[in-house]
Design a protein around this ligand. Sequence first.
Ligand code: ASP
Length: 421
Amino acid sequence: MTLTSRIIFAMITGISLGIILNVLEAYSLMNSVIDTLLNKWLVGNLLDAIGKIFVASLKMMVVPLVFVSLVLGASALGKNSRMGIMAGKAIVLYLLTTCIAISIAIFLANLVDPGVGMDQSTDTEFTGKEAPPIKDVVTEMVPTNPVLAMSEGNMLQIIVFSILMGIALSKIGKKGEKAQRLLESLNALIMKMVFILMQLAPFGVFALLTKLFSELGISAIMDLGAYFITVLLALLIHGIIVYGIIITVIGRLSPINFFRNVRPAVIFAFSTASSNATIPISMEVAEKRQGVSKSISSFVIPLGATINMDGTAIMQGVATVFIAQAYGIDIGLTGYLTVILTATLASIGTAGVPGVGLIMLSMVLQQVGLPVEGIALILGVDRLLDMVRTSINVTGDSMVSTIVAKSENLVDREIFNNRQE
Ligand code: ASP
């Protein structure tokens, strides 16, 4: 079996085993000894530990990988004058697709009316965390101390520092040769580390998914069925139809090949619910499967994992309509336009880690005067939706890197079109 098929196999068995355990538990079909053995020891200890080690090992690679490949990528781009134009294209595409995503979500939610008739439960309590003001997000993009930025994993700061370093490297000619060679060698080293960790991925994916699905609150999903299905539907429409159209019409590439190529990144995003932890795989997918030149993928992918969250924006769009309906508040057209703007801007400064979409939602709700406690209504189903929306987030990053590269003639069609496993 190839690595991808092993990972897919692990994913399917993990989900199935998780659901079986969940059902056995829900209907109390296990005696207490087996229950302790399976749920406490197997899932709660062993699988939990394997899953945590796996996610930690992915995260461990993110900062060194992004730093080294971004300096190299920016230095390759710095040699031609199109660097700024390419960055501009990526940012415009990221923001534009996010606006489309929320619009689809709001439109669909108004069709389905998932919150109509919900009791607006004033007794629920949830204190939303403070979301950072946009001004701070922008001004804090420049690190005062790059080492601190790296130790904290502050992606935007790392990106700014690395791009500047890469551009400078491309401008110092012969004097930069040693630094360039060192970085190239480090890059090969880090890629090898990622490759080694990837061999363990089937175990990690199996452990994460078994645990998640065995603990999923199935009754919460049933109760919030309309909300859950509306978010899923909007995610699918955006991820398959909108991205498919962009790849076909603007990229003039085969959407089938695109979706086939992006599969490994989607599986990792689904299992970890973190675009950040998926960066190493997204980079690999962009270069080795979509055929995107490293000079593009090295900055478009980490940038996307940090600022581009179409899936998250979709959840926020549907959630806003849902909460407004549940509380019987009409926010009107201006309200919806504010939601589109706020959610798009909010997605810029928020790192791709699990559950962060909900924190950003409290900011959006406050902006249009909806009760932040409304978040408590959807908490129960958020984890599963987080996994799906993160998959859309990383598919969006892959799509934008492919489109930007294609527009610059930097997609290797041979790689893009050839079926690799
Ligand atoms: N988990 C998402 C991501 O990492 C963010 C979110 O929607 O919570 O992309």
